[in-house]
Design a protein around this ligand. Sequence first.
Ligand code: NAP
Length: 269
Amino acid sequence: MESKHEYALITGASLGIGREIAKEFAQRKINTLLVALDTPELYQIQKDLREDFHIRAETYPADLTDPACAIAIHQWCKENDFVVKYLINNAGIGESGFLEDIALKRYCQMIDLNTKAYIALTHQFLPDLKKLGEAYIMNTSSMEATLPLPYKAVYTGTKNFIYAFSLALNQEVRRYGVRVSVLCPGPVLTNEEGLKRIEAQGKKARMMMLYPDQVASYAIKNLLGGRLVINPGRMNRWINRLQRLIPMHLKMRILEQMFRSYTRVSPSK
Ligand SMILES: NC(=O)c1ccc[n+]([C@@H]2O[C@H](COP(=O)([O-])OP(=O)(O)OC[C@H]3O[C@@H](n4cnc5c(N)ncnc54)[C@H](OP(=O)(O)O)[C@@H]3O)[C@@H](O)[C@H]2O)c1
């Protein structure tokens, strides 16, 4: 199969980490299918990729919380002969604050986007990926997958789900040449909400903070290298190793104190 027909499908490609991931693929002359909400930023990144890297870049504006979305995206790929070799489930939202201060509707939206949409797209594309003999799935989780954060209980839960889902699925599909990786970034300076949280955390968050291009470049290099768990940032990798040595009850008490400041970041209702 000619590589010009092969694509990386990236969700949440209009902003932040997703946008930088799209650029990483484009730099490698891999065509991109860009999925995000219907905003001007989505078309801007399409234009940039086409002009700067001379690759094919197509957009699919969609709300991934819609359960019919994955089927429609898969259908769109079939109709247009887009061969997806790299599936990057990245779109996600987060909230922090006291559990009861955030509307239940918002949590349901978060669960739909951060977990169900990942499963739905994987479910649709996996049979095709297996047939290729070599294919890649990368799911964006978070450092919080293994460090459950008080005041972000639902978000942390979605990321833990995706972490476990990715590890289990990788073992199931690797014999078919499909590699599943899970990306676990620490704080990344992307959107307003993230900036507020990093500011609320002060110096320690700034020490761990990375920019989206740093995360994307490390992520794609390691995805293509076949790494299962991708932890960008040297400092964050150290924290990950050290935290395993601390007893759980003590760790949770420390985390509660460290992240109490999240209750001062006004949550969206
Ligand atoms: N930033 C961090 O500190 C951090 C740390 C660890 C993990 N992560 C994870 O990394 C991933 C990307 O985060 P980010 O900070 O780069 O986010 P971001 O800058 O807020 O971008 C989110 C992307 O997802 C899209 N999106 C949001 N809701 C959507 C929906 N309902 N349907 C389709 N697309 C939707 C957005 O499109 P619109 O622009 O149209 O809304 C945007 O392209 C997320 O899974 C996040 O949980 C982030």
